[in-house]
Design a protein around this ligand. Structure first.
Ligand code: FES
Ligand SMILES: [Fe+2]
Length: 407
């Protein structure tokens, strides 16, 4: 096997795994209560809320929640349930904006950006209403490296830093803040279990086959003829897979030109890679942990539902939100440096196009997998050694669903 595995990765065995977690109602309820109800979830980025009064409203369907994330007038980012204290109407209907007050459309109770109840029309007619204890219900909210996380436990058992553990130590200095441009796409609802879609970002076994039209021979070369990942390491429930690229890749003529000026999902790019190495010098953490010469990118999973494609001059976040056991909302954030020349702009547009085409292949395929599983023909699935990331993901989901991780 070409792939190397960090020595401290626990042995997770080689046995087939049960298919039931993809299709079973009880397992989904376990994920809702013991996983998505207990761990830190990335909900936004600080750069989306640069000014006091800035807010975003985000659904977390598996928790039946609408979440307001707001930067208060005091500069602190907080999260709240988007539910009115009067009679539980949905308070804020805009997806984002800047405000001093959130005003409920039903009877116009209003709350400031720190969640405090400020205005109650006809207040004198309420008997014993304590405004001080009837603000918006807070949700635990903490930030790491400009990524804003929430936790639905009223008193989370771990701080965000503790939850991220060695992943935070490793990627603390990843220069996310250097990327001055971003695209946020709420791609939509897919007819698939969230894990089926996420699994597709955990292994590269399928790249040579499902993506043979889009990714061609990008990830295989003479010493790595099967296109395996180069490196795998874990950080508790989180993990990183490093991919190398084919150093002698001819590729399509367009691809070769584009990759000279910017990274795409197959490569850190030619001059872009050199520039990134220079700019990251001295604080180069959070990328390429094994120091691979022909490093393309890292696939870092922030457990449970964020897959972060870590490049030297771009960072792509796949955010995969379960709705029910067979529906999933897929949200994508791409961060990069603003193109400075027409060539860089062309390369960036090329990158988006390639990315879109590849993702469409994944979406269609995973929806067909979900459909096929429902026939009940199979009760288990198989993983080869280079698919160890999928095994690691399922291992930690089981630990939460069973309660073992919460003990
Ligand atoms: S439900 Fe919000 S003001 Fe009445
Ligand atoms: Fe894929």
């Amino acid at each position: 096997m070409f792939m190397r595995i960090a020595p401290d990765v626990p042995d997770l065995g080689h046995a087939p795994l049960p298919l039931a977690p993809y299709t079973c109602d009880d397992f989904f309820r376990g994920e809702r209560d013991n996983l998505f109800g207990k761990v830190w979830l990335n909900i936004a980025r600080g750069c989306e809320l640069p000014n006091p009064g800035d807010f975003v409203v985000r659904p977390v369907e598996i928790r039946n929640a609408s979440v307001i994330v707001a930067r208060g007038q005091d500069g602190v980012i907080r999260a709240f349930h988007n539910v009115c204290s009067h009679r539980s109407a949905k308070v804020e209907w805009r997806a984002c904006g800047n405000t001093r007050l959130f005003s409920c459309p039903y009877h116009a109770w209003s709350y400031d950006t720190q969640g405090r109840l400020r205005g109650v029309p006809g207040e004198e007619n309420f008997v014993g209403l304590d405004k001080a204890t009837n603000g918006l219900t807070p949700i635990a909210c903490e930030t790491w490296n400009d990524l804003v996380f929430i936790n639905f436990e009223r008193e989370p058992r771990q701080t965000l830093r503790e939850y991220l553990g060695p992943l935070a130590d490793y990627a603390d200095n990843y220069p996310l803040q250097d990327f001055d441009a971003w695209v946020h796409v709420d791609v939509g609802v897919m007819n698939t279990n969230w894990k089926i879609f996420l699994d597709a970002f955990q292994e590269v076994y399928h790249l040579n086959y499902l993506h043979r039209q889009t990714l061609t021979d990008t990830f295989k070369w003479r010493e790595n003829p099967d296109g395996e990942p180069a490196w795998f390491q874990t950080f508790g429930p989180h993990r990183t897979l490093s991919l190398g690229y084919n150093p002698s890749q001819g590729g399509a003529p367009m691809a070769s030109i584009a990759q000279r000026y910017a990274s795409d999902i197959t490569s850190t790019g030619g001059s872009a890679l050199v520039n990134a190495r220079e700019s990251l010098d001295g604080r180069r953490t959070g990328i390429n942990p094994a120091g691979i010469d022909n490093w393309a990118l890292d696939v870092t999973t922030i457990f449970p539902n964020v897959v972060w494609l870590v490049g030297s001059d771009s960072a792509i976040f796949h955010k995969i939100w379960p709705i029910d056991k067979e529906h999933t909302r897929y949200e994508n954030y791409s961060f990069y440096r603003k193109p400075k020349t027409p060539s860089e702009r062309f390369a960036r547009e090329y990158s988006f196009g390639l990315f879109r085409d590849t993702i469409v292949e994944d979406i269609l395929n995973t929806e067909f997998c979900q459909q096929a599983m429902k026939a009940g023909a199979k009760t288990e699935f198989h993983l080869q050694a280079t698919e160890v990331s999928v095994r690691h993901h399922h291992h930690h989901i089981r630990r939460y669903v069973s309660g073992e991780a919460l003990a």
